[in-house]
Design a binder for this molecule. Structure first.
Ligand code: UT7
Length: 352
């Protein structure tokens, strides 16, 4: 019995934002962003477009490819760290927007490793016969976190406008995070198949270590009463805080470790894997992990240049692009690897 991918799809925010736009609202440069992260552009949603909307757009594409309609889906697993609301989760909202039956809809909160965790949960639901046709979403709308004042400049709705020094200094306070993230959603339709085929999800290795959670987190929340107040907003405690160097070091240590361990468990070597798809947080992280593992360039796929870090959506977007470009074909072994806030990290093995 195997959980087999039957369809994939993705959708990005409406506004293409090249690096140069940030130069208008903070002290940064296209060159700094490219050199330190590899990112050239990202997409941001239009105001009012939620994470569930990106999920719906992606789901329609994946469902069409899978040849399934709203009546066929019997479980939704939705990975996101940027739900439409504090509660309820985005899975249920997507169920209604897509016109699915009153099936279960689950939200997964594992940030940049959300898609890999969601894959493991989905695989378990399929193999225990709880579900047959499962819709898995990884979607994020990060831009609402960013407290820019001149969104019209960022989105290119005005070419130029004078902003004061205070506003520029304010933008600069968040420059290490604001330039990294993008808005997008991706979807995968998984089906339980009972034939003898080798295709489908093979195995996972997942880890968590909450002892460093405050190296990448949003300080406001239910540990405070009220969960956010004016003073916290002034201190920017309602936006993500990040110790970038700590996250970088953790990624380049844990990602090779978990990849080696999962492959070894199945007697596979690097050369058995047709394509490695890593979470897209920083091109330099992925190059370091590639080098540590000795992966040849044609067996790794990066697209952070075009989308930035879209958290739970990065791996399924890259996977969709690889399948459509013929870089992954039926029967190929793929390895997904990620690390992110929590901290959570892990890897998944799949035969396409
Ligand atoms: O999915 C998980 C999410 N997060 C990550 O994976 C993040 C992992 N970490 C990283 O990607 C990198 O640490 C960053 C891209 C965030 C930063 O790169 P870095 O090479 O570690 O730079 P840094 O933090 O050491 O900063 C170097 C300088 C600093 O200035 P000073 O103190 O040397 O004067 C920063 O203030 O670069 C400055 N800086 C910027 N300059 C221009 C930080 N952000 C920017 C910016 N533009 N956007």
């Amino acid at each position: 019995m195997r959980s087999v991918v039957k369809g994939t799809g993705f959708a990005v925010g409406e506004h293409l934002v090249p690096n140069s736009r940030f130069e208008k609202v903070m002290e940064t440069s296209d060159q700094w962003i490219r050199e330190r992260s590899g990112i050239e552009q990202r997409y941001f949603v239009a105001d009012g477009v939620a994470t569930s909307d990106l999920g719906v757009r992606a789901a329609k594409i994946a469902m069409e490819q899978a040849g399934v309609g709203p009546q066929d889906i019997d479980y939704v697993v939705f990975a996101t760290m940027t739900p439409d609301h504090f509660f309820p989760g985005s899975g249920g909202i997507l169920q209604a927007k897509l016109g699915l039956r009153n099936i279960p809809a689950l939200d997964i909160r594992q940030q940049c490793t959300g898609f890999i965790y969601a894959l493991q949960v989905s695989d378990a639901l399929l193999k225990t016969k709880v579900a047959k046709n499962l819709l898995l979403i990884g979607a994020e709308s990060h831009s609402p976190f960013m407290p820019f004042r001149s969104w019209d400049l960022v989105l290119g709705q005005v070419e130029d406008k004078e902003i004061g020094e205070e506003e520029r200094a304010f933008g600069t306070m968040i420059r290490d995070r604001a330039v990294l993230f993008g808005d997008a959603g991706a979807a995968v339709v998984l089906r339980r198949e009972d034939d003898e085929s080798e295709r489908g999800l093979i195995d996972f290795e997942l880890h968590s270590d909450g002892s460093h959670y405050n190296k990448l987190y949003v300080p406001s929340g239910m540990a405070h009463r009220p969960y956010v107040d004016e003073a916290m907003i002034k201190r920017l405690e309602h936006v993500p805080h990040m110790d970038g160097k700590f996250v970088f070091r953790m990624a380049v240590t844990k990602m090779p470790e978990v990849t080696r361990s999962l492959l070894a468990r199945h007697g596979y070597t690097i050369s058995d894997v047709k394509m490695f798809i890593f979470h897209q947080a920083n091109l330099r992280i992925n190059e370091a992990v590639q080098q540590a593992l000795g992966i040849p360039p044609e067996r790794i796929y990066n697209n952070i240049q075009r989308y930035g870090n879209t958290t739970a959506a990065t791996i399924p977007i890259a996977y969709d692009e690889c399948r459509r470009a013929g870089k992954i074909s039926s029967g190929d072994l793929c390895c997904f690897v990620g690390l992110g806030a929590g901290f959570h990290w892990g890897a998944a093995l799949l035969r396409d």
